[in-house]
Design a protein around this ligand. Structure first.
Ligand code: PMM
Length: 419
């Protein structure tokens, strides 16, 4: 009943739940506040914590002083005060409006603070970005960002952990690819080399022999863009000539030849994080700062790709769940996958049937990980992850359709009111 009041709740104090500034702006508007005021207040609605590395001894105190001057704050190493460290990591804490004022002030400051400010602004704009964008592939384009998109996996291998070689025969692999498209896959990822921990590397000639008929058939049909999962430049080149659109390189385009093939083939590329190679990657899972290291490695790999002439709007990034990471580390990366949006590239997450899900469930059988994979996909999609790589297309598409409708109902996906 409208207007009814409990004794202990005379004012109905209710903490508002909002995932985006636009959701909150709507709530502010519902107080019948002045619309211009709503725009200004919405910029104060949320604290954005921005982490920065390698801030110098001279820059850090100045940064804190400028942050305090705009009503924000920044945390840095205690050793900055007594000069016992030469550089520090920093976490800047500020509303959008404060960040903007701070960036303006830093433009006039020495010690690379101007560059630091520009990087903070770029990260914030990328992180809060909403709406559709087009990733152009060699032959076809993929739209991402309007709703979570699904990449269906076709492994043409005898030894993949997740499907145990069920599609090693080319005709069965082609039929499987068609079935995944019918189930609603937005693109397919075709692979001829198992990258499971300790798998024996495959000779590129053999890898190409496995996938060639599958890539040709599914690319010729042209129903969805085709990605090819390979670490080998020669395989990538032949795949692009055969009609593939995107290269999914689990080694993150470390090979300059691979970067050249992607650039010259005008392909899109997924740059995945992997330390070492699949044969040895589980031998070293020590990270001083897991999320920081994955982030800076992806930043370095994508910078190299752009420097070598691959246009930024053809690049996607992926933290590589399960690749040189323990189950706990993979789950930590999944829980913070939205952070990767700060780099400005669409983000891909592949959790489907992986051992971290088995670890979380306490069950070894990959066939019993369907719901766990969907839970992971839903978490990623709610964090704004653009592309979900999965073996289980139909149930994932259904789950993500509901996530998208919920986001619409919550007004979480309209343009944020911040400029
Ligand atoms: N995972 C596998 C293989 N390729 N590529 C990307 N970009 N991201 C991943 O998480 C990923 C990948 C693991 O093997 P699978 O094909 O059997 O799932």
């Amino acid at each position: 009943m409208a207007g009814e009041r409990g004794e202990r709740h005379q004012f109905s104090a209710r903490v508002l739940q909002s995932r985006s500034p636009s959701e909150l702006a709507r709530e502010l508007g519902r107080t019948d506040s002045d619309p211009e005021g709503v725009g200004i207040m919405a910029q104060k609605s949320r604290i954005y914590a921005v982490r920065l590395d390698h801030v110098s001894l001279r820059a850090a105190p100045l940064l804190k002083q400028e942050a305090l001057a705009v009503g924000a704050d920044s945390a840095h190493a205690r050793g900055i005060a007594d000069h016992s460290v030469s550089e520090t990591s920093v976490v800047l804490l500020a509303t959008w409006a404060q960040h903007r004022r701070l960036v303006e002030k830093l433009e006039r400051q020495p010690f690379h603070l101007r560059t630091l400010g520009a990087e903070v602004e770029a990260a914030l704009r990328a992180y809060t970005r909403h709406g559709a964008r087009t990733v152009v592939g060699a032959h076809r384009a993929l739209v991402v960002g309007d709703r979570p998109r699904v990449m269906g996996v076709v492994n043409v291998t005898p030894d993949s952990f997740s499907d145990g070689g069920a599609f090693f025969d080319p005709d069965r692999a082609i039929a499987h690819g068609r079935a995944l498209i019918d189930e609603g896959a937005d693109l397919l990822d075709i692979g001829g080399e198992s990258t499971r921990p300790g798998a024996t590397p495959v000779d590129p000639e053999e890898e190409w022999r496995r996938i060639a008929p599958v890539v040709r058939a599914l690319a010729d049909e042209g129903r969805v863009p085709i990605s090819v999962d390979t670490r080998h430049a020669i395989v990538a080149q032949r795949a692009l000539e055969a009609g593939a659109d995107m290269i999914n390189d689990v080694s993150g385009l470390v090979d300059p030849d691979m970067r050249r093939v992607v650039r010259d083939g005008k392909a899109a590329a997924i740059v995945m994080h992997l330390r070492g190679d699949p044969a040895t990657m589980q031998q070293d899972t020590q990270y001083a700062d897991l999320r920081g290291e994955v982030f800076s490695a992806l930043a370095a790999r994508t910078d190299a790709a752009v420097r070598d002439g691959i246009p930024p709007d053809r690049i996607l990034i992926d933290p590589g769940l399960g690749f040189g990471k323990t189950p706990e580390q993979s789950l930590e990366l999944l829980a913070h996958s939205g952070e990767l949006r700060s780099l400005g590239y669409p983000v891909v997450i592949g959790a489907s049937r992986k051992s971290m899900l088995g670890w979380a469930l306490g069950a070894a059988d990959p066939a019993a990980r369907l719901e766990a994979g969907i839970a992971a996909a839903v978490i990623a999609a709610m964090d704004g992850i653009e592309l979900i790589r999965t073996h289980d297309v139909a149930p994932t598409v259904r789950a993500l359709a509901v996530v998208a409708r919920i986001a619409d109902a919550a007004h979480a996906r309209s343009e944020p009111p911040i400029r």
